[in-house]
Design a protein around this ligand. Structure first.
Ligand SMILES: Cc1cc2nc3c(=O)[nH]c(=O)nc-3n(C[C@H](O)[C@H](O)[C@H](O)COP(=O)(O)O)c2cc1C
Length: 244
């Protein structure tokens, strides 16, 4: 099947709740769409996400009740669990610094660093640890207080508390999920994003670490016509579009 254009894929994508059991989907294509999802933008390029691609029927049967037996989960051919791994920030900052070594060269004396290298290394070596480090939320509030005071006098980045960083990581993961769903739509495959799940039980089933957070579960398959529940409803564009 030929791929759809971006516009076609956006229009084709609907949240599909009933998939056709006679139409299996190729796990390799789903994996390819997940690889495309990893090209989504991420805050500070920290990529604090993981994608768990569930192809085993046994696991799908175990996860469906944890999604409250929603049709979208029960009839899914495959599932993808999008997981936020804010706890991996040190590892991801290091991966970025290692990439700097590739780009700029390793073990160069600081005196030879050009401006771009200085900014980039300082960003992942100092600013990111400052933003992500926290201890029981206390340091986050101290940072917030400091920033709020300085912010009286100049523009400041204010999202530094633990709760802010969680939002940052979740919105980034949402972009990966949307990129995935559009890539799937381009292939003629269907999806449904699901927030409705018992995330604690899903985490336990997948053996995820304590600090991992489930962003959403996306069910996958090929739609049955009745699997799209009615026409799209959107708030009139004029109501939400504000030109300034
Ligand atoms: C974060 C998020 C969570 C959602 N959770 C569910 C869900 O648990 N179950 C479900 O059937 N649909 C879920 N949806 C799908 C929405 O209901 C759907 O996107 C919306 O009704 C618009 O329909 P459309 O996607 O077909 O355009 C979710 C969507 C998003 C973005």
């Amino acid at each position: 099947m030929s791929e759809k254009t971006t516009f076609e894929a956006i229009k084709h994508r609907r949240s599909v709740r009933i998939y056709d059991p006679e139409k299996p989907i190729d796990p390799a294509i789903v994996a390819k769409c997940l690889e495309l999802a990893s090209l989504a933008p991420s805050s500070s390029n920290m990529q604090l996400w993981e994608f768990y691609h569930i192809t085993s029927k046994d696991y799908i049967h175990k996860i469906a009740p944890l999604c409250f037996n929603q049709n979208a989960a029960k009839t899914a051919q495959q599932l993808v669990v999008f997981v936020v791994r804010k706890d991996l920030w040190r590892k991801r900052a290091k991966a970025n610094l290692d990439f700097m070594d590739q780009v700029f060269g390793k073990n160069k004396p600081k005196s030879e660093w050009r401006k771009r290298e200085k900014v980039a290394r300082n960003y992942y070596g100092k600013i990111i640890p400052f933003a992500y480090f926290d201890f029981l939320g206390i340091f986050g509030w101290l940072k917030y207080l400091m920033i709020s005071i300085t912010g009286l006098f100049r523009p400041m980045y204010r999202e530094v508390r633990n709760s802010d960083m969680r939002i940052v990581a979740h919105k980034t993961c949402g972009l990966a999920a949307q990129t995935f769903m559009l890539a799937m739509a381009a292939e003629g495959y269907d999806t449904c994003p699901m927030e409705g799940s018992d995330t604690k039980r899903v985490k336990r089933l997948l053996n995820l670490p304590y600090k991992a957070e489930i962003n959403m579960i996306v069910s996958c398959g090929i739609r049955k016509p009745e699997g799209v529940y009615g026409n799209r409803f959107r708030i009139p564009f004029e109501e939400i579009y504000k030109k300034i």
